[in-house]
Design a protein around this ligand. Structure first.
Ligand SMILES: Cc1cc2nc3c(=O)[nH]c(=O)nc-3n(C[C@H](O)[C@H](O)[C@H](O)COP(=O)(O)OP(=O)(O)OC[C@H]3O[C@@H](n4cnc5c(N)ncnc54)[C@H](O)[C@@H]3O)c2cc1C
Length: 821
């Protein structure tokens, strides 16, 4: 191993990168290549001494239905392929190919969907026969194989060599890499990081990037930054040389049997992803753990080893050179933790790589460097942004409980709606127990127990087998959907993020960050977007003006901390104060054409259309409670959102349910919310719109008040895009004309047979009569309804292709008549 050498610790830097694993080296490399001056990487021990040194080095571009993840993988592979020529340091990249095995129908369906999506992204994937698998990897048993998915450009790399090449490339472009210097603390001033502490002295810095791998959480704590990752045991076995094994064979992955296989030293490496794993050192990773390994737990691992050996049976009869166990970091949702900490400005994190740090490391380094250099990321980061996570998730008990499940998810079949099973019950709605009594089936909604759907009386809320087809409870879901369209439903939405924003300048601050006109007259709700100066979306939410100096801001659960941080960071010295009141208020929505009848029966307030029109917000009485009632809808019907002090939530709920029997009130869950809002084309930030979309491309231009006095952040960018002429990139609603199939996410959309985009999120449109979703389409010509109507649209679902129709206006109630009745 070559060391990039040491240097003295400077007392000042532009950026300090903490940690010299593959991620830190990649961040430093990319910062230096962007021309960022004074980049310093501080490594506690030696480069790669944490987790990187013992990684198996698998390189896979195949496998994800996230555009971001697939792009990160492709970029990483291409970077590693050119690093040697650039730096003179070999990376050990061998593009010997990779085969993913499908041995069950569910997995075959998943891989066909993934293959179609990955091809759209530019990955070369071939579905191959069992005989072809046997030809490419002759030691594999293939009698039960349904198909293989072969990616010729994938393969393996040497993680240490890659890190050294990145470090060398960073140094060549001016970065300093200093080994043997642990960071022991952080400097901060007025909510921003200003440097790091080391035994060799402080280093002042404008930005700090925590790339400390499994130490990142405890290091983050020193700055008050919560990074909920947890180290866990991770295994591979190395055999003695085996006759006939060839270094040119592709890597083979058999997730159904928990194993991957590749040549190593003339024998095989057999790596494992067991379904239930073992967290390591929940209390904290020892400071001096370098080039370390853990004693393998043979008893725990033997059943999984036996399963994985059954795929390559020769392993059972050859000597075992080593059963290696090393720690790797896992996160609560198996997605990396990347971005600027909500707690501390200019403090970036790139950690929690969930066993794919090598194969995504190049891309992660690129996006973090670009984010720092330009102030915002150039790819969709909503899924990996550190601010999606919550501080309680760093609790020892949470980490110990959730991590057991995380590692195993890597090799699980990724059925739609697969629930997280561990660390449940962390947050419940004030009316939770009433919903239990109504037979709600709950799923984890950012840690909340969210009612997904309800079982009918006499039945248990059991989800049944996961599948790609219609679930057992499809009929219940349909009935809830129908009740919202024809009667009235009650929906618990306690998980929504709620903020009370007050102060003399509160209206001015919110008006400046909102693209809509939110500081209008009191008692009015406004649906709006928050944009950055490039005109792309930072948040999609509602702002209600309650009084001249008091506002009520509501965002979705996943946008909770992003919206809060965005608000706080734009207040500056203004007289405005944000209080997170999420826990203080329940939110119960009553929606549907009979919702007014229901509301009128429980309040003395006049809720007639004349007295209480669409977008009205007022405090009303319900029984003994005072309730903030807002007439608005996220599912396309007449409806009301009720914000109730938590301690009166049960009382109000009971009043609604009692009165509801007279109007046929039905409980409805989040599945119905999904299908109802999708028919109406209502957007969901982080699912179908993200930080790379402009407000116009997202189809939300109607919510922008371009001419409001004083303007708003992003206005110039919106104007500039308007001036450039008709849009060639637009979010479009798509519906499959065949009522049979279901869509979920990532299905490929074709126009006249040619790829045009993919479904970002989808549901089943019970009223429209088929699967419906939203797709961002790119075209060479302006996209308008005439263009959509003149084209022939299809959507590929697994191996099948279905005709579809496309629309810019909502397919359900395009004239918004139903919400204004
Ligand atoms: C058995 C095994 C097999 C794997 N196989 C693969 C694979 O095939 N493909 C793949 O993509 N990934 C694989 N991984 C995952 C991969 O190894 C990790 O995701 C990756 O190495 C993480 O890199 P990192 O830079 O985040 O962490 P690390 O490599 O741990 O780097 C963090 C660095 O921070 C330093 N540090 C910590 N605290 C401080 C401090 N206070 N001050 C200064 N420096 C500090 C540490 O010394 C360390 O060098 C595997 C992991 C394991 C365990």
């Amino acid at each position: 191993m070559t060391s990039p050498g040491t240097a003295a610790v400077p007392d000042r830097a532009r950026v300090v990168v903490v940690g010299g694993g593959v991620i830190g080296a990649s961040v430093a490399y990319h910062l230096a290549h962007l021309g960022m001056p004074d980049v310093v990487l501080l490594e506690r021990d030696r480069l790669t001494s944490g987790t990187t040194w013992h990684a198996a080095g698998l390189m896979a571009t195949f496998g994800s239905t996230s555009q971001t993840s697939t792009e990160l993988r492709m970029y990483t592979r291409d970077l590693y392929a050119r690093l040697e020529a650039e730096t003179g340091q070999a990376t050990g990249l061998k593009q010997v190919g990779l085969i993913e095995l499908a041995v069950e129908p569910g997995r075959l369906e998943e891989y066909r969907r993934v293959a179609a999506f990955n091809r759209l992204c530019g990955v070369e994937v071939h579905e191959i026969s069992p005989a072809e698998v046997a030809r490419l990897f002759p030691l594999a048993r293939t009698d039960d194989v349904l198909a293989g998915f072969y990616i010729p450009g994938d393969g393996r790399v040497n993680p240490v060599d890659v890190t050294m090449a990145l470090a060398k490339g960073a140094r060549t472009h001016g970065a300093r890499i200093v080994e043997g210097v642990p960071v022991t603390g952080f400097l901060q001033r007025r909510g921003a990081v200003t440097g790091v502490r080391t035994a060799q002295g402080d280093v002042e810095a404008e930005f700090v990037v925590n790339c400390a791998g499994m130490w990142a959480r405890q290091l983050g704590e020193l700055a008050g930054v919560s990074i909920p990752l947890q180290a866990a045991e991770h295994y591979y076995l190395l055999t003695e040389p085996i006759e006939g094994v060839d270094g040119g064979w592709p890597v083979l992955e058999d997730p159904a049997n928990y194993g991957y296989y590749r040549e190593e030293g003339g024998g095989l490496m057999l790596g494992l992803f067991e379904p239930a794993c073992a967290p390591w050192n929940v209390g904290g990773v020892p400071d001096g753990f370098s080039f370390g390994e853990l004693p393998p737990d043979w008893d725990r691992m033997t059943p999984y080893l036996e399963r994985s050996i059954s795929r390559v049976p020769v392993v059972a009869s050859v000597g075992i050179k080593k059963f290696f166990c090393g720690p790797e970091s896992f996160t609560p949702d198996l997605l990396p933790i990347v971005g600027e900490a909500p707690e501390l400005k200019n403090y970036f994190v790139a950690a929690g790589l969930n066993s794919i740090g090598i194969l995504t490391g190049g891309g992660i380094g690129r996006v973090v460097a670009q984010w720092i250099a330009e102030g915002r990321p150039d790819i969709d980061v909503t899924g990996m942004n550190i601010d999606r996570l919550h501080r309680y998730q760093a609790n020892p008990e949470y980490r110990a409980t959730r991590t057991v499940e995380s590692l195993g998810l890597v090799y699980a079949t990724h059925y739609p709606g697969r629930p997280m099973r561990t660390a449940r019950g962390a947050k419940v709605s004030p009316v939770h127990h009433r919903l239990v009594a109504q037979r709600a089936y709950f799923r984890d909604v950012s840690g909340w127990e969210g009612a997904d759907w309800y079982a009918p009386e006499g039945a248990e809320p059991e989800a049944g087998e996961l599948s790609w087809g219609r679930p057992d409870w499809f009929g219940n879901w349909a009935a809830e959907h129908d009740a919202a369209r024809t009667g009235v439903i009650l929906m618990d939405m306690a998980f929504m993020a709620k903020f009370d924003v007050r102060g003399r300048d509160a209206g001015q601050v919110l008006e400046r960050i909102s693209a809509g006109h939110v500081n209008d007259k009191p008692g009015r709700i406004t649906y709006t977007q928050w944009l950055n100066s490039a005109g792309t979306l930072e948040a999609d939410l509602t702002v209600t003006k309650l009084d001249e100096d008091r506002f009520w801001v509501v965002a979705s659960d996943t946008a909770h901390r992003h919206a809060e941080t965005w608000m706080r960071r734009h207040i500056g010295d203004a007289h405005a104060f944000v209080t997170d009141v999420t826990s203080g208020y329940a939110q119960i929505n009553i929606q549907g054409p009979r919702s007014r009848e229901l509301l009128a029966s429980v309040t003395s307030a006049d809720v007639s259309n004349e007295a209480f029109p669409f977008r009205t917000a007022a405090e009303i009485d319900i029984g003994f409670a005072r309730v903030l009632c807002i007439r608005i809808t996220y599912l396309g019907e007449l409806g009301y959102e009720l914000y109730i002090p938590a301690e009166q939530a049960v009382h109000v709920y009971d009043r609604l349910v009692d009165a509801g029997s007279a109007v046929g009130l039905r409980h409805a869950g989040l599945k119905a919310l999904g299908s109802l809002r999708m028919e109406k084309g209502y957007r969901d930030y982080g699912h179908d719109i993200d930080n790379t979309d402009t407000v116009l491309e997202a189809g939300l231009g109607f919510a922008v008040a371009l001419d409001k006095p004083g303007g708003f952040i992003g206005r110039d960018a919106v104007l500039a895009q308007k001036e450039r002429g008709p849009l060639r990139r637009r979010l479009v609603q798509m519906r499959i004309t065949d009522p049979g199939p279901l869509m979920f996410h990532a299905e490929v959309v074709r126009r006249d047979g040619k790829p045009a985009g993919y479904i970002r999120s989808a549901s089943y449109g019970f009223t429209l009569g088929g699967a419906v979703g939203l797709a961002m389409l790119d075209a060479d010509e302006p996209i308008d309804q005439a263009y959509l109507d003149a084209s022939e649209w299809t959507v590929q679902i697994g191996a099948a292709v279905y005709p579809a129709v496309a629309s810019l206006r909502p397919m359900y109630d395009p004239g918004n008549k139903r919400i204004r009745i």
